[in-house]
Design a protein around this ligand. Sequence first.
Ligand code: CDM
Ligand code: ATP
Length: 284
Amino acid sequence: MNNITSFSLIAPAKLNLFLHINGRRDDGYHELETLFTFLNYGDELSFELSDLPAIIVTGDTNGIATTDNLIYKAALLLQTQCKTKQGVKINLIKRLPMGGGVGGGSSDAASTLLALNKLWKTALSLDELAHLGLQLGADVPVFIHGKSAIAHGIGEQLEQVMLEQKWYCVVFPNQHVSTAKIFTHPELKRDTPKISGDWQQHILTNDCESLVKKLCPEVEKTLQWLLKYAPSKMTGTGSCCFVEFATQVQAQDVLANLPHTWQGFIASSVNTSPAHTELAAIFD
Ligand SMILES: C[C@](O)(CO)[C@H](O)COP(=O)(O)OP(=O)(O)OC[C@H]1O[C@@H](n2ccc(N)nc2=O)[C@H](O)[C@@H]1O
Ligand SMILES: Nc1ncnc2c1ncn2[C@@H]1O[C@H](COP(=O)(O)OP(=O)(O)OP(=O)(O)O)[C@@H](O)[C@H]1O
């Protein structure tokens, strides 16, 4: 039995390498097919066990009220579900742009659930944690399972895939896109047929891209600028855009030339979420 009472854990970024919208359900959520990969870059969360029941979140909370923070919500959900009497102090170092389509909030929530399940010894399975996490966001389950995957349903039905490792330059055009605004917009493309057969034989796009480009010209400019280097794509509902390379040097070259009005980072993709790799190194 471990007696670890404090540790740090990454909350990695995800990219949607494609995102097809197949329809809209009666509850407003959309049926999707999307390919998730994880990046070895993200927020950093540190956890300190407390014998008092309070959940305290500090650090780069960027004006989000504690009770609205997905980190706090995730901790409270697990504490309530498992009736644990212990609490925790959580500090956040935020690196992922908010409303950027790289899943920062969902990843923070998932890393919190994974970490506290160890710290509080609540011993839920990954399926149980993913089920809990789905209440916090459609993207939380993929971060809990931590394997690159094609997601179906609203993003929670996961089919694991093995992808070649690539390098990415991800650009945030300093625009925050509201996921809810895109998904409720009348002009969103919602009629892409489901993929039949081998997904690699299909044209793979992001169905949110044309609407986001129209609503947010800076995203269009970013995609155009990146095209000088490689085919460019948007992740999730934006606003981050990315280009893919075989080598770090190529990705670094794009970052070095990035206009000062935008922000960016480079990272390599991984088939297993770095949160899982780090957690295994601490607890196994
Ligand atoms: C677009 C993606 O980023 C792709 O990875 C995700 O599906 C969004 O996941 P998320 O941010 O965790 O989404 P949630 O917090 O659950 O939902 C935000 C809003 O997006 C809409 N939403 C989300 C997922 C989905 N499959 N259909 C939707 O219509 C819902 O109207 C909801 O109000
Ligand atoms: N810890 C958190 N980190 C980021 N956002 C949070 C957090 N807690 C709550 N939020 C809220 O969630 C919203 C979405 O944040 P997030 O950074 O996950 O967007 P995103 O990258 O576009 O997500 P996705 O790709 O899953 O749609 C933010 O605008 C913010 O109001």
